[in-house]
Design a protein around this ligand. Structure first.
Ligand SMILES: Nc1ncnc2c1ncn2[C@@H]1O[C@H](COP(=O)(O)OP(=O)(O)O)[C@@H](O)[C@H]1O
Ligand SMILES: [Mg+2]
Length: 357
């Protein structure tokens, strides 16, 4: 699949802009605060129905206008398709695919498979566990509708449980009922996460060996309280920790505590990795993410690279560009001087919410 065209109407600092993509590398070059990341964000929103930069949809509507609209045209198996996202001041949000309203976002996520690299991606390695969970969840959600539904339902239950734990009088029976449901979701989510992490690892080991000239051996270890447990045993863990939950007024066990331990030659990168190793591992994980989505979805994901080149040295940039030259990518940068001897590229200049081609 590949993207053909993006039309922005009152989106962020764009009044009206049409953007045509080529199948290869699409560079958007410009100074800071001109609207480069806004292009990446618009594509992301069409794929996930929400932004990764804000939870307030209204922030994306251009100042002093009443609505915004994004149209994304793409080609899947030689069929032209279109996503339309509309947001207005009354907080109405609507997503349509080929003119038909999408009611559940879980039915839509995965339609446009994406891998996004941004400066925040560096936190996957050294940041809090939530960054690694989000990394994995983003892959799992694009691979399986039921994964995303399980995750959404689990989060709903967790929210209810945590709000009950804040009360003076706690209805334990109700929490046991919630645990019943949650153990089912946990079972499904852990099984799926485990499988995806194994797939990522298989790809990542090879890419990492390649980028480090066979010197380093990468390992990913899935850490969860519920690995290989059946639903009854998962429920037992939740039930038996309820008294601590009540003392702490928050759920202490759950998949919201899962993590991935990243090791290089048996050393924990989170704790001991150098800046350079951090950057290499981030790059490797994202490329492995791309490979896994490509293989399991049997189509090529779109690569979105937001301002990441400034974070990488020449070697890593060259490795990355070599890797992605056969796929479609959207790359933003403040400085395109590193672009040498690359074929199949289109460079557009972005200035104050406008494109100069
Ligand atoms: N809702 C909005 N309405 C108008 N302008 C906006 C809105 N949200 C952000 N902007 C503007 O968009 C610009 C930032 O765009 P961005 O794509 O993040 O820049 P960059 O080119 O550095 O990636 C800033 O000038 C900001 O003021
Ligand atoms: Mg930016």
């Amino acid at each position: 699949m590949y993207l053909e065209k993006l039309i922005l109407n009152n989106f962020r600092n764009y009044e009206y802009q049409q953007i045509d993509f080529i199948k290869g590398i699409n560079f958007f070059e410009g100074n800071n605060a001109q609207g480069k990341t806004n292009i990446i964000e618009a594509i992301y929103m069409c794929a996930f129905g929400k932004s990764y930069r804000t939870i307030k949809d209204l922030e994306t509507v251009k100042f002093s206008t009443d609505f915004c609209r994004i149209n994304l045209m793409y080609n899947k198996d030689n069929i032209k398709k279109e996503i339309e996202l509309y947001i207005d001041k009354n907080n109405k949000k609507q997503i349509k695919k080929d003119g038909v309203k999408i009611n559940r976002i879980s039915n839509h996520v995965g339609e446009i498979p994406l891998v996004i690299f941004s400066p925040d991606s560096l936190n996957i390695v050294k940041g809090a566990p939530i960054k690694r969970r989000s990394f994995i969840d983003m892959i799992c959600s694009q691979l399986s509708k039921s994964y995303l539904i399980n995750l959404q339902e689990y989060n709903k239950c967790l929210k209810i449980k945590n709000s009950i734990l804040k009360n003076e009088n706690i209805d334990k029976e109700y929490i046991y009922v919630l645990h019943e449901k949650m153990s089912e979701y946990i079972y499904n989510i852990v099984k799926f996460r485990k499988n995806v992490i194994q797939n990522i690892l298989k790809k990542a080991v090879l890419i990492h060996k390649d980028i480090t000239n066979q010197k380093e051996n990468l390992d990913l270890i899935y850490s969860s309280d519920f690995l290989d447990l059946d639903k009854e045993n998962i429920k037992k863990i939740l039930d038996s920790h309820l008294y601590i939950d009540i003392l702490r007024k928050v759920s202490i066990k759950g998949i919201q505590k899962d993590d991935i331990i990243i090791k290089i030659n048996d050393m924990e990168v989170q704790k001991y990795g150098s800046q350079g190793q951090n950057r290499t591992v981030m790059l490797v994980l994202k490329l492995a993410n791309f490979e896994v989505l490509k293989e399991l979805k049997e189509e090529e994901p779109i690569l979105l690279l937001d301002d990441i080149m400034s974070e990488l040295d020449e070697n890593r940039i060259n490795f990355l560009l070599k890797y992605i030259e056969n796929y479609q990518s959207i790359i933003t940068t403040t400085d395109s001087s590193f672009i040498k001897n690359i074929e199949n590229i289109k460079i557009s200049k972005v200035s104050n919410g406008r494109l100069e081609i």
